[in-house]
Design a protein around this ligand. Structure first.
Ligand code: DGL
Length: 231
């Protein structure tokens, strides 16, 4: 049986590559909802509908776990998906606000994410539960995921968006920047270049891969074959 990875586009690959390293004996299937990318500027109900369609497809693909490798889809739909699919572990992805709040020395944390993620109840709860003692600058990045997707991570159009979205974080003295969308690790270098030296960029891809391993192990579902990826 396979582990499914799901995202609106190529962002999920930034999580999948950690999982392929942590779980080298597993078979993976990757589903990118390229027809509906970007999710980040759509309504919660629209995102829920897209995610439900993807799950209906993936459940028919002989999967033993589904990783929602998308912060926006996780915020909109992960609770409903878990309730609807109690027999299959569903692993979500959330901005690393908790580790960021523990790591910051300046007391200012930047969070880069989609508008939909930042407006979600889940994100508000995350900040309320783990980051009340620090200043959290929630920077929505409309256009960034789809420009990475369609123009490429090194394109001038991506550079322009990064200039606009990173400047407020640098000006406010953020020393930790949370990559709260799985597309953003693809532009981590460009983000780092626009922040002062020593700024920590937090990507939760590795933690999600480890959590997937833990859940599969606890359920006795770890694979022992040859690693394989179906796109
Ligand atoms: N990669 C997705 C995330 O982690 C969102 C990109 C999009 O807007 O579709 O939030």
């Amino acid at each position: 049986m396979k582990i499914a990875f799901f995202d609106s586009g190529i962002g999920g690959l930034s999580v999948l590559h950690h999982a392929m390293r942590v779980l080298p004996k597993e078979q993976f299937v990757f589903y990118a909802d390229e027809d509906n990318v970007p999710y980040g500027v759509k309504t919660t109900d629209e995102v829920k509908g897209f995610v439900q369609q993807a799950f209906d497809f993936l459940v028919g693909c002989d999967v033993k776990a589904i990783v929602v490798a998308c912060n926006t889809a996780t915020a909109a739909a992960v609770s409903a998906l878990r309730a609807a699919l109690p027999a299959i572990p569903v692993i979500g992805v959330e901005p690393g606000v908790k580790p960021a709040a523990q790591l910051t020395k300046s007391g200012v944390v930047g969070v880069l994410a989609t508008t939909r993620t930042l407006h979600s109840d889940r994100f508000q709860r995350l900040v309320g539960n783990h980051a009340n003692h620090v200043r959290v600058l929630a920077q929505a990045c409309p256009g960034l995921a789809d420009t990475i997707e369609h123009e490429g991570a090194d394109s001038p159009a991506v550079g322009k968006l990064l200039d606009a979205y990173i400047a407020p974080l640098a000006a406010a003295g953020a020393d930790v920047v949370v990559l709260g969308c799985t597309h953003y690790p693809w532009v981590a270098e460009g983000i780092a270049r626009r922040m002062p030296a020593g700024t920590v960029l937090l990507d939760t891809g590795e933690a999600v891969a480890r959590q997937t391993e833990r859940l599969l192990s606890a359920a006795g579902l770890l694979g022992g074959g040859h690693g394989h990826l179906t796109l």
